[in-house]
Design a protein around this ligand. Structure first.
Ligand code: IVH
Length: 677
């Protein structure tokens, strides 16, 4: 049953809000924790929209654990602190099998037992957090801090989808009244790589590894920023300060799982040291395939009564140990340093290494990023360096082994002129990058054209790196607009380009010209600091390239997430004469998409799409509605003009449409309205 928020009495609204919170938390848990959703995304959105409506009408009903509060708290000046009721301990770390066996033998001896069962868990490489649930609702979250007091990250943790705001109720399990759980917030390797790529595209500082990214994201002052980061969690402890706690670690893991708290499926109960060693070996062997980073295995004596008897050693419990994996670091020598020129003209020094295997992968080159980084690490050609590879992360130089210098090493400075074109280079004060200032630099042009044709931009099929390099080298392309003048004849002359491929490429370029959206064009231009997401915001705020080009820096700063530097960079880019010429040459070739004025076919109409469409995703459908001046919304109300139904639409939407007399149409009719059929 759905409700019309505007008709409910206060009492009804309270009951409905309560119910919606339970439903939403349950489906959130199915989706994020179990990875097994029961309802469509659309249905979820609809339920959430309904709750938002109720809470807007009755703000007094908003509770801190409401799913609507996952992003919502205001940014703060600094994170407050929260004391831990019981200290968050750290673990004794060992590297060798012998040391691990010694740990186990000591436990057996101290306890005067032949066999002491352990629980083995991966040691997640993230940030540890403590969460408190009172009466089943998440009330606070803190980082480990110094073990006694941590930073208050409650609002940030609430934005992590895998974190339950309310424990999963179940028929046969009453959650402890006061439950304190601990775990690790982390980023998956692939999600980290994509996140870092996005930052790089936007000209933002990248993170060295997933752990740093997770830590930085969790400690944001603005929860809305944390909400956009791909954070996840594994819980590994029920703290002793909880009101009730089972008698062993294994049962605690089971309890957490039953309550819907995400635990790691690799955890094992291990009956002996031999079993533990075998499990460690297996985990080490499978480490590279895991989607997240682990840096060892943690072994905990299973029974808590044994914990009491074993006690503590300094700040470490004597009942647990971390057996770390061998480091994925190796030393090698820098043979030479080369320079690459990127599309923004940035000169990137890249060290050529004596090839070395690190964690099963051969590494022979590593980016040194920029001159500041070389100076900070005091890197010389010929130096022996410690190189680290963390997960999918690009290898990097940790430090120079200065003791191994022979006196033969040579300091390094980026060249005074561009290695690609001989043009002048400059390093503006306050900026890390040294850039080639020659607007006609072929290396910049090649990279710029590659970016222009890339997936997130014009998505030109068949315009590979090798083709772009030849096009520039042969003088067939000297700016982006030239691409649209290419003929099959010209392309046929390129290496490894048959007539058919040439025809296909010309067709792909034509199709890109016809289909490019304003957002993709803005992104494709490679304006410094403008990644795909910002390009979307710029396109939404300005209807065309001309409008955007005319915007002054202070006007651009009105857009969310655009600060002074970024606004200045965008305005500068459009003031540049060469870029202005490029814009008009693109326009002459028919590349002038608009975001608003493309059509007014749906002007003033409110449209809801429910279920899956064949011809486009729901997101694309929303954009298409917007592009025609319409207003896409997610729930049917008396303001809705059309309900578009695709496959498996939400049942509630049809009922609501009936109730409000909304016209229900199918996909074909929708495409007709959009002028697409
Ligand atoms: S148990 C007394 N289990 O490693 C037990 N810790 O030095 C305390 N960690 O700060 C920790 N995975 O951040 C435990 N499965 C796991 C863990 C784990 C990662 C981290 C945690 C802690 C550090 C221990």
């Amino acid at each position: 049953m759905t409700s019309d928020a505007d008709q409910l009495t206060g009492r009804e609204a309270e009951q409905r809000a309560e119910k919606l919170r339970d439903i939403l938390e349950y489906h959130n848990y199915r989706y994020y924790v179990l990875d097994d959703p029961e309802i469509s995304d659309a249905e979820y959105d609809r339920l959430k929209a309904e709750l938002i409506r109720i809470e807007e009408r009755f703000p007094g009903l908003i509770t801190p654990d409401s799913p609507t509060q996952r992003v919502g708290a205001e940014p703060r000046d600094e994170l407050g602190t929260l004391p831990h009721e019981a200290p968050m301990l750290s673990l004794l770390a060992v590297q060798e099998e012998g040391d691990f066996r010694h740990f186990h033998t000591t436990c057996c001896n101290e306890l005067d037992e032949q066999r002491v069962a352990l629980v083995g868990e991966p040691k997640f490489d993230g940030v540890s957090v403590e969460l408190v649930y009172d009466g089943g609702a998440l009330t606070s979250a803190a980082t480990r801090g110094d073990g006694r007091t941590g930073e208050d990250v409650t609002d940030n943790v609430k934005t992590i989808n895998e974190v339950l705001l309310r424990l999963q109720p179940s028929a046969d399990l009453t959650p402890p009244k006061h439950l304190v759980v601990r775990g690790e917030v982390y980023m998956e390797k692939a999600e980290f790589a994509a996140f870092n790529r996005g930052r790089e595209e936007a000209g933002e500082k990248t993170f060295a590894n997933p752990r740093n990214a997770a830590a930085g994201s969790l400690r944001q002052l603005d929860p809305a920023v944390t909400a956009r980061r791909p954070l996840r969690v594994f819980f590994w402890e029920v703290a002793p300060s909880s009101s009730e706690r089972p008698g062993s670690q294994w049962e605690c893991l089971e309890l957490m799982k039953a309550l819907g708290l995400k635990i790691n499926p690799r955890a094992r109960r291990l009956e002996s040291a031999d079993e533990a060693v075998a499990w460690y070996e297996q985990t080490l062997a499978e480490r590279e395939e895991l989607p997240y980073e682990i840096d060892g295995c943690v072994f905990k004596v299973d029974r808590f009564d044994y914990h009491e008897r074993l006690g503590m050693r300094a700040a470490n419990p004597r009942w647990a140990v971390a057996w770390k994996f061998p480091p994925r670091q190796e030393t090698t020598r820098i043979r030479s340093i080369e320079v690459q020129v990127g599309r923004t003209g940035a000169l990137t020094p890249v060290a050529r290494l004596e090839p070395v295997r690190i964690g099963g992968v051969e590494v022979s080159r590593v980016s040194l990023h920029n001159q500041d980084e070389i100076d900070r690490k005091d890197i010389h050609i010929g130096d022996t360096v410690l190189v680290e590879r963390a997960g999918d992360v690009i290898p990097h130089v940790v430090r120079v082994i200065v003791d191994l210098r022979t006196g033969e090493e040579r300091p390094y400075h980026l060249p005074d002129s561009c290695p690609a074109c001989g043009g002048e280079v400059s390093k503006p004060p306050g900026e890390a990058a040294t850039r080639c200032t020659n607007a006609a630099c072929p290396a910049q042009l090649k990279e710029g054209i590659k970016h222009f044709g890339s997936k997130g931009a014009l998505d030109i099929d068949g315009l590979g790196d090798k083709i772009v390099e030849q096009l520039v080298e042969r003088g067939l392309v000297s700016d982006h607009a030239d691409l649209f003048d290419l003929t099959v004849e010209e392309l046929k002359g390129l290496d490894r380009m048959a007539e058919k491929s040439a025809e296909n490429l010309v067709a792909a370029i034509r199709s890109a010209r016809e289909n490019v959206t304003l957002q993709r064009l803005i992104f494709g231009l490679g304006i410094p600091h403008v990644g795909a997401a910002l390009a979307g915001d710029l396109a939404a705020a300005h209807g065309s390239i001309d409008e955007l080009a005319a915007a002054e820096a202070d006007e651009l700063q009105g857009i969310e997430g655009v600060g002074e530097t970024v606004a200045g960079a965008i305005a500068d880019w459009f003031h540049n004469e060469k870029n202005r010429q490029l814009m008009s040459r693109l326009k002459e070739r028919g590349i002038d998409p608009t975001s608003r004025s493309r059509g007014q076919r749906l002007a003033g109409l409110t449209i809801v799409v429910s279920g899956a469409l064949d011809s486009m995703s729901r997101q694309e459908a929303r954009e298409a509605v917007r592009a025609q001046g319409g207003n896409p919304t997610s729930s049917v109300s008396s303001n809705t003009d059309y309900l578009v139904v695709g496959a498996n639409p939400g049942a509630g939407k049809r009922q609501a449409a009936e109730k409000h007399g909304t016209t229900v149409i199918d996909e074909a009719k929708f495409l007709e309205l959009l002028g697409l059929q």
